[in-house]
Design a protein around this ligand. Structure first.
Ligand SMILES: C[S@@+](CC[C@H](N)C(=O)[O-])C[C@H]1O[C@@H](n2cnc3c(N)ncnc32)[C@H](O)[C@@H]1O
Length: 270
């Protein structure tokens, strides 16, 4: 793929280009459809998929059975592998555990699925979301009969295609010493994002893709988010001189992203 994003990377009409800047393009389309893109274009994927916790997104069902959720996960994670360039990195933000409607090891299950479809495992960052309480119940209060344990953290699983060592791309890193030392410690601590402030039901904070981009990609790399939501990953990519590609199924969130990206990156709509 031309690193200027001069051409469309979608296959025919599989995804519609919703808006474009010089180095950023948001597609409206479906991460479950293999034909959405027909090129290996992504150098770094940073994404947070729907968690299947009954969030009212507008265009997708977030209350699947666990089996259906794992099938959904397998489909889009596999697609991402075929949309990735050699040596691509995949930073997957997912829950550690699921508690509502039965305990499930979501983090472990999705990490296994990613490896089953061909991604290689590198490491896991634990994100301590200081301001979010995940507690919904104590189970058996002050009794060992059935207490509930819940960690106020999420995972950011680092996977890669073929090989970890990056020999492709500009080879220009823009991370400073303090950032590198702090962020290679796999316990990240920063607050979650406010739904109200962003206007989306489940945004992640800019800090998450910002760190992932500076730590795991070179200047000029193509950064892709297949569940772009309010456009947070695209904003972080644009701010860091990467090429931003987003995919989002819901038209309202595409429009929200367009406005937010223009506002937060001070770019002109061209
Ligand atoms: C957890 S949110 C991502 C939020 C994003 N990280 C942000 O900061 O705004 C998941 C997003 O995926 C979108 N989505 C759900 N199913 C999709 C699909 N099959 N293809 C593309 N987008 C989808 C939802 O509309 C929602 O905006």
């Amino acid at each position: 793929m031309a690193k200027t994003l001069g051409v469309s990377i979608s296959c025919g009409n599989a995804a519609n280009e919703y808006f474009r800047l010089k180095n950023a393009v948001l597609y409206r389309g479906d991460a479950l459809k293999a034909e959405t893109f027909c090129e290996e274009f992504a150098d770094l994927i940073v994404t947070s998929p729907p968690y299947n916790v009954d969030i009212q997104y507008g265009s997708n069902d977030d209350a699947l059975s666990y089996k259906e959720y794992l099938d959904f996960s397998e489909r889009w994670i596999k697609n991402c592998l075929s949309w990735s360039a050699p040596q691509a990195r995949f930073l997957l933000n997912i829950p550690l555990d699921k508690n509502k409607g039965g305990q499930k090891s979501v983090g472990a299950d999705l990490t296994h699925i990613a490896q089953d479809v061909g991604w290689k495992y590198h490491s896991t960052i634990v994100w301590n979301e200081g301001n979010i309480s995940r507690r919904t119940a104590w189970g058996s209060w002050l009794s060992a009969s059935s207490p509930f344990v819940i960690a106020p953290v999420e995972l950011i699983v680092a996977l890669y295609k073929d090989e970890w060592k990056k020999t492709r791309g500009s080879r220009i890193s823009d991370i400073n010493k303090q950032e590198f030392m702090e962020w290679t410690n796999g316990l990240w601590a920063f607050n979650g994002e406010s739904k109200k402030r962003v206007g989306h039901p489940a945004p992640f904070p800019l800090q998450l893709p910002y760190r992932a981009i500076k730590l795991f990609s070179y200047v000029g790399d193509v950064v892709f988010d297949p569940f772009s939501g309010s456009g947070t990953t695209m904003i972080a990519a644009i701010k860091n001189d990467r090429i931003a590609v987003g995919l989002e199924i819901d038209e309202n969130y595409c429009e929200l992203s367009r406005k937010r990206i223009l506002r937060e990156t001070n770019k002109l709509d061209i």
